[in-house]
Design a protein. Structure first.
Length: 280
């Protein structure tokens, strides 16, 4: 006789998350938390973040962190950053790092970049990369590129290159593109895609569009980004279609992006409709 799951609501919520239905998972997992199912809180955090429910996440996590549950400090920092409360976000992320959550350094580095504090962001990510965080090297390269320090970006990309971490291959591809080593860059972009780098097809599509002038090739890569559910794929495709003069086709993708909480996509849609996004 098959026994029922020990945590039936948490199991249902986890299944919804795996099916890409985080908003539905939120409702189920809130019930699971109320029922005291042990794995429910961490699953609910994931559901809030995956669904872009930033205000709900911050309201729920802030008291938990204040009560000493520091494992939630990193997600709290992400949520606060997304709603624009950057001072509290920075405090939460620094608490997470101090508590041993090295991965929070990536979010802090991006937050510092968004505040125009690139040098501080680079220091945070360099330290995280040295401590072995798998995401920090690629983010470190990106910040060096944004700061206009191509030699430093190249040094970091070459130092941390590791095919076992596909995003480092993608980072080196971006560096080679910036160095105008286009043939080598293209080989690296393709390798990053084969290895499964998180945004490989999006980045390769942008490379084909801007460096090769290959519109059809770029569109094919953006379609691959959609197939692989790369972060931001919907806005990327919508923006591309808008830029090549296909606003009606673009609208569908921009709406998908806006529905998942992409504020830039929402503003782009408003402009497409002849509205001023700054108006309330």
């Amino acid at each position: 006789m098959t026994s029922l799951p020990v945590e039936p609501l948490a199991a249902e919520g986890a299944a919804l998350l795996e099916a890409g239905r985080p908003l539905e998972a939120v409702d189920v997992l809130r019930q699971a938390v109320a029922s005291g199912e042990p794995s429910a809180p961490d699953l609910l955090v994931r559901a809030y973040l995956d669904s872009g429910s930033w205000h709900a996440a911050a309201e729920w996590l802030a008291p938990l962190v204040a009560q000493g549950h520091v494992r939630f400090a990193g997600p709290l920092g992400v949520a606060l950053s997304e709603i624009g409360d950057r001072e509290r976000a920075e405090d939460a992320l620094r608490l997470a790092i101090h508590s041993g959550e090295v991965a929070a350094a990536n979010d802090l580095g991006i937050l510092l970049r968004d505040e125009g504090r690139l040098a501080e962001g680079i220091l945070v990510l360099a330290r995280a990369a040295e401590e072995g965080d798998p995401l920090a090297p690629a983010n470190l390269v990106a910040l060096h590129l944004e700061a206009g320090d191509l030699p430093a970006a190249a040094d970091a990309a070459e130092q941390y290159l590791d095919p076992a971490r596909p995003d480092t291959v993608l980072a080196l591809a971006e560096v080679r593109s910036a160095q105008a080593e286009l043939d080598e860059a293209e080989v690296l972009f393709r390798e990053a895609g084969e290895l499964g780098a998180l945004r490989a097809h999006t980045a390769f599509g942008q490379f084909l569009l801007t460096q090769r002038g290959d519109v059809l090739g770029a569109q094919a890569e953006f379609a691959e980004a959609r197939r692989h559910s790369e972060p931001g794929w919907a806005y990327t495709m919508g923006r591309f279609l808008l830029d090549v003069g296909r606003p009606d086709d673009a609208r569908e993708f921009l709406q998908v992006a806006a529905d998942t909480g992409d504020r830039v996509a929402a503003d782009t849609l408003a402009e497409l409709d002849g509205l001023d996004p700054a108006d309330d």
